[in-house]
Design a protein around this ligand. Structure first.
Ligand code: UGA
Length: 449
């Protein structure tokens, strides 16, 4: 079995490497020469725990290679996966499918024997049908090509484990022959009894958006319940735990926080609402989720301002974490990219730390003083805000932090500290969906203005 993976972004690189781990020969191809050069030198263009070692292992085993030459990659491939980017178009926010279509066209023209072209990128419903049309126009007359949608559900930061141990594999094709090739590719998982859902390309494409939109909805729901807890004296962690124990609800993705970010949920929720509008079947729940999540990120900045007595003008605000979540250097649509500029607009001086995302973030943020050590962020600060729950922030010496701050104010947007402990250290402690601790030791209910 031989595969080509077109696109060495997050999904392409992780999937290609994991397919090689399955024992398949994989050629990853990308038009970006510098990326391919980096990969060929053993470098990894993204930060993903465990990926570098796995790539090195598979390259050494001779199953994984990188090239800019599509002709070589497609030659003899049983399946060609398209995992190129689908960024939102600047003019209207719709997914830009031009890279997918261009790749399909080029692959179709090069294929010399039966080939399955697989769309792995997240693409709006109807894309596989379009790809079928493009393929029919550009393939060699004597070559049969089937098209298949095979969305990916891996999470950044846990990508390898998610790929190797997925909850399910979704295969969207009407060709039994293509489905058979896909089953063969995923055989190691099949043996582990991973459910395979074989369905139409349309259902497969909708499954990906529906899954992400549902998870984004779950997060937004618990964030709003957290607000209610704050104004009534509830504790969102207890609420989330108890509702999550109901098997129909499930415990995952019920952590209240500063709002979801990343390269997927914001883009996919928006794309789903746009598809709904275009097809005259509005996705009103997801529309509300998109709006509520945007508000939430602004609201987080307001919490910091409120904790500082209503003004941050000239105040030093320490920020811990700018990545959209831990174990990644990705800052795409990260809450920090809204919160920090809002605080700056209100006159705050920002000092920040992130174990991995500092460089990425510095392309999007200006006038931030970056520190290599979280303790230096807290030094002389008027408030400290934890935006990303990196493990190294969970075990900070909070007494040391408290002792070094100008004002002991902590806005813990990920609830990684215990209110009782912060109270003992005399922090003015603001967390999410739990009672606010004010310095005189009195618990206060946060009044949402
Ligand atoms: C998400 C999905 O979880 C993957 O299944 C999917 O494959 C991927 O999108 C994609 O479409 O490519 P990812 O964006 O890597 O994965 O990150 P998540 O771990 O899902 O987190 C997304 C955001 O939700 C983060 O900002 C995170 O902090 C936030 N979140 C997550 C919460 O605020 N609370 C939670 O309980 C869970």
């Amino acid at each position: 079995m031989k595969l080509a993976m077109v696109g060495t972004g997050y999904v392409g690189l992780v999937s290609g490497t994991c397919f090689a781990e399955f024992g398949i020969d994989v050629v990853c191809v990308d038009k970006d020469l510098s990326k391919i050069e980096t990969l060929n030198k053993g470098g990894i263009p993204i930060f993903e725990p465990g990926l570098e070692d796995l790539v090195a292992k598979q390259v050494k085993a001779g199953r994984l290679s990188f090239t800019t030459n599509l002709t070589d990659a497609v030659k003899g491939a049983d399946a060609v996966f398209i995992a190129v980017g689908t960024p939102p178009r600047p003019e209207d926010g719709h997914a830009d499918l031009s890279y997918v279509y261009q790749a399909a066209k080029e692959v179709a023209a090069l294929a010399e024997g039966y080939t399955v072209i697989v769309t792995k990128s997240t693409v709006p419903v109807g894309t596989a049908r379009e790809v079928e049309k493009i393929v029919a126009q550009h393939k060699k007359p004597n070559v049969t090509i089937d098209v298949c949608s095979n969305p990916e559900f891996l999470r950044e930061g846990a990508a390898i484990n998610d790929f190797m141990r997925p909850d399910r594999v979704v295969i969207g094709t009407e060709s039994e022959k293509a489905a058979q090739v896909m089953r063969e590719i995923y055989r190691p998982l099949y043996i582990n009894e991973t459910p395979m859902v074989v369905t139409s390309p349309e259902s497969s494409e909708i499954i990906k958006y529906a899954a992400n939109a549902f998870l984004a909805t779950k997060i937004t729901f618990i964030n709003e319940i957290a607000n209610l807890c704050e104004t009534t004296g509830g504790n969102v962690q207890h609420v989330a735990k108890a509702i999550g124990l109901d098997g129909r609800i499930g415990s995952k993705f019920l952590h209240a926080g500063p709002g979801y970010g990343g390269s997927c949920f914001p883009k996919d929720t928006l794309a789903l609402t746009q598809t709904g509008q275009m097809k005259d079947t509005p996705q009103t729940i997801v529309e509300s989720v998109v709006a509520a999540n945007a508000n939430r990120q602004y609201d987080m900045a307001q919490r910091v301002i409120k904790a500082c007595g209503g003004s941050v003008t000239g105040k030093k605000i320490g920020i811990l974490g700018v990545a959209f979540k831990p174990n990644t250097d990705d800052v795409r649509d990260a809450p920090a990219l809204v919160i920090i500029p809002e605080l700056q607009k209100a006159g705050a001086i920002i000092v920040a730390h992130d174990p991995e995302a500092r460089e990425e973030a510095s392309h999007h943020l200006s006038d931030v003083e970056w520190q290599d050590d979280p303790y230096n962020v807290a030094k002389n600060a008027d408030a400290l805000a934890i935006i990303t729950e990196w493990n190294e922030y969970r075990a900070l010496d909070m007494a040391r932090i408290a002792g070094s701050m100008h004002e002991k104010r902590l806005v813990d947007m990920r609830n990684i500290y215990k209110p009782e402990e912060m109270e003992k250290l005399n922090f003015h402690y603001v967390s999410i969906g739990r009672a606010e601790i004010v310095p005189d030791g009195v618990e206060a209910l946060r009044k949402v203005s």
